[in-house]
Design a protein around this ligand. Structure first.
Ligand SMILES: Cc1ncc(COP(=O)(O)O)c(C=O)c1O
Length: 452
């Protein structure tokens, strides 16, 4: 029998395939189809390389998740090794080596947490956390159905996550499937009308307390990002704020769900942000950097008291009805384990602290540009908000974000703004030279935009 020629089945070469068929996320496709879009075919260190051999510094950390850059390293070796042993096996009724070992490691790392629930992206980790909160109260015979969340919060794109993270521009069209949630103000000083950050924090706390008091006995959980909100506009929490929010939840007997999907594992300079903020979540979610960005894996960790509420006889129906086909995927768990080992081996947190100081020292240069209205920084995250005459920045010919996307690629860097906010969010292990180039590119683009 003639052997099947696999090359015939495999279609065109990757870099020659027709680009039209992919519907890109958060992208106006009519704009995209007209633009000179690039096809990334490989990675080299902190650079992405396109089908024509052009190199771009990964200035978005591949949507905020990349740690070590691209190419071979110990994490990739661990994934390859795992693939050769066991590709996938379910956690429904069976355990697996990598998911067991990773859970043990995470529980040691995350103070106060007792159990690890696996999902395959950040949105569904939040979804699982919300379901845990609802069922926790039901299992205790005190059903509750309300949620409180922050203005400008973002927690992902599934229905529950959209409900608690409502940003009008993103989610307005999906309102019919969203749950109504109680919104409290978040601590962004810029344009808040407050002069002093302490007064703003007081205001936020007062409003939150008012809401929690009103919902006493009804609120399942307060959901908020830990340390900073990123998608909602790079809002860095002032000192004390998160700790006080945590205390309010305790005082008003409400579960606290903290979302560290984008901020945990070093983004803000701390391995776990909630401990640095001296807050006490009942459930905390991690994703993104957990696998260094090499595999879709996320987790919702729960305190013992939460977990215990799910124990009982089968007939009591207290168990958690949540699970995905790829929950706790062995290759993802192996990646996460190797990644966390590499954090220790390479002393990544110290490198982040040093680079964070450097980033802070460069922020002054932005403040000197006329259209820069506010600069916010912590760890390896910075937001540079642009405005003209007090109004969001408009360029004469195009959206600011479109200008940055195109011009940054021309300059050999991939950048994406959040509306009028330039976001510095490099791969966590970025070397100093690449970080310098990243900041220089942002500066140059802000200066160019000022003239347009
Ligand atoms: C704070 C936060 N939570 C949740 C998510 C959703 O994660 P994913 O995109 O993996 O679903 C994101 C994504 O950017 C995020 O920034």
């Amino acid at each position: 029998m003639a052997r099947l020629d696999l090359t015939e089945l495999s279609g065109p070469r990757l870099d020659e395939a027709d680009k039209r068929f992919v519907w890109h996320p958060y992208t106006q496709m009519s704009e995209w189809e007209r633009s000179d879009n690039r096809v990334i075919v490989r990675g080299e260190g902190f650079y992405l390389v396109d089908s024509e051999g052009r190199r771009y510094l990964d200035g978005t950390a591949s949507m905020w998740c990349n740690v070590w850059g691209h190419g071979p390293n110990e994490v990739v070796d661990a994934m390859r090794d795992q693939l050769s042993k066991l590709q996938h096996s379910t956690l429904f009724g069976l355990a697996s080596g990598p998911s067991t070992a990773l859970a043990e490691k995470l529980v040691k790392l995350a103070k106060g947490m007792d159990r690890v629930f696996y999902t395959d992206n950040g949105s569904t980790a939040i979804e699982a956390a919300m379901k845990m909160a609802l069922q926790y109260w039901r299992n205790r015979g005190k059903p509750r159905k309300e949620f409180v969340s922050l203005e400008r919060g973002y927690h992902g794109d599934t229905a529950g996550a959209m409900s608690v993270g409502y940003i009008e521009q993103f989610f307005g069209a999906y309102r019919p499937i969203l749950k109504k949630v109680h919104r409290v103000p978040g601590p962004l000083l810029y344009k808040s009308g407050f002069e002093d950050e302490r007064d703003l924090v007081e205001h936020c706390l007062e409003q939150t307390e008012k809401t929690l008091r009103k919902l006493r006995g009804k609120c399942a959980a307060l959901v908020m990002e830990s340390g900073a909100q990123i998608a909602g506009g790079v809002v860095i929490y002032p000192d004390r704020y998160q700790k006080k929010m945590s205390e309010l939840c305790e005082k008003h007997d409400t579960l606290l769900i903290l979302d560290e999907i984008a901020t945990g594992f070093g983004r803000l300079g701390n391995m776990t942000e909630y401990t640095a903020q001296r807050s006490k979540p009942d459930i905390v979610c991690f994703g993104k950097a957990l696998t260094a960005g090499y595999f879709p894996l996320a987790v919702a960790l729960a305190r013992k008291e939460v977990y215990d509420a799910f124990l009982g006889k089968y007939s009591e129906n207290k168990h958690l009805y949540h699970g995905h086909t790829f929950t706790g995927h062995p290759v993802g768990c192996a990646a996460a384990l190797a990644n966390l080992e590499l954090y220790e081996k390479r002393n990544l947190m110290q490198q982040i602290k040093d680079n964070s100081q450097y980033l802070q020292s460069r922020m002054r240069e932005f403040e000197e540009i006329g259209i820069v209205a506010d600069v916010r920084h912590k760890g390896l995250l910075a937001g540079i908000e642009l405005a003209r005459n007090g109004k969001p920045l408009y360029l004469k010919k195009e959206r600011f974000g479109q200008f940055v996307a195109r011009e940054s690629l021309r300059m050999g860097v991939h950048l994406r703004t959040l509306g009028n906010i330039m976001v510095v969010i490099p791969p966590l292990a970025i070397d100093r030279n690449s970080l310098e180039k990243l900041v220089d590119t942002h500066l140059e683009l802000a200066k160019k935009a000022e003239k347009l």
